[in-house]
Design a protein around this ligand. Sequence first.
Ligand code: F6R
Length: 364
Amino acid sequence: DKAGHKHFMAKEIAEQPTVIAQTVQRYLGAEDNAITLPDDSLDFNTISRLSLVACGTAYFACLTAKYWFERLAGIPVDVDVASEFRYREPPIPAGTLALFVSQSGETADTLAALRYCKGRAARIASVVNVPESSIARESDLCLPTLAGTEIGVASTKAFTCQLTVLLLLALRAASDRGRLDEARKVELLDGLRALPNTLNRALDVSSTLEDIAQDLAEAQDILFLGRGLMYPLALEGALKLKEISYIHAEAYASGELKHGPIALIDTHMPVVVFAPHDALFDKSVSNMQEVMARGGKVVFVTDRKGWAAGQEGVWRHAIMPDVDPILAPILYAIPAQLLAYHTAVAKGTDVDQPRNLAKSVTVE
Ligand code: F6R
């Protein structure tokens, strides 16, 4: 049942405020500011390192979480694609928490990587959307995402729920380790509680993104750029677009541009830049100007302050509601998903069942 939407993907994008509210409520009391995990024996003071392993979109959730765990909790983090991790047979230092992220909980490579960590890692945890899945059952600690059944092959609501759980876990780690002062903690938890509202306002920008998508649908190649927390999101935006519109897209950390990919820029290649007005904003704008100086057509996804400061020469733009920079990846996932969705619809591709893809990859 698509609940009045044209595609399951559209329905699942629209459901995000609701399912994120459910996920936040699962871990965070309405009154107190304690973050509760299903098993309270996990004390981050005993964890010296995190190893995050996943595939595809879930891998990009892990890349985002690296910034959170490092910045908020001061824990070193490694992130790996499961298919590489399992055959590399990496040494697992003492004190490692191995964390596996998977919507289906059945991805063959992620499950194999989890089994490799058994007996090696101090603890095995997972962030999974299907509670009775193999990955959930085989981990010491399973942190559910409450996204509900995801039918569209391209992951949307499962991704933002993964981000939500990972951020809550990073905040719990920061709390355990005494790295987060109370005022900042309350600010971030209130931001998480307000997120469903903020996401609804981001969904209101859909028609602007639909408009931009009519032009993107003409492109052969599209570049996505971001810095800091927006870099993994740029990767996710490019993956989403490739999967459902079949347009070639790549993502780079904006600072990497001049080390090679800038050679690609010409008037035919749209460049989508995710850049809220955060600490790295000025650097993002100067990277964007480098693109425009070479004739590149920039789609600028930013907030009001960012638009006021960086609009010169921009081709198309979308303005997101204001949000704490730590929460921005969850909010900016919405325009990334909607750009892909509307571009695919404009091209007339099969949005919910893209060619060559399966919802759950249970073989290598
Ligand atoms: C992308 C997508 C895939 C999955 C990947 C992992 O839209 O859906 O990249 O994220 O196959 O799947 P799970 O999360 O089930 O392990």
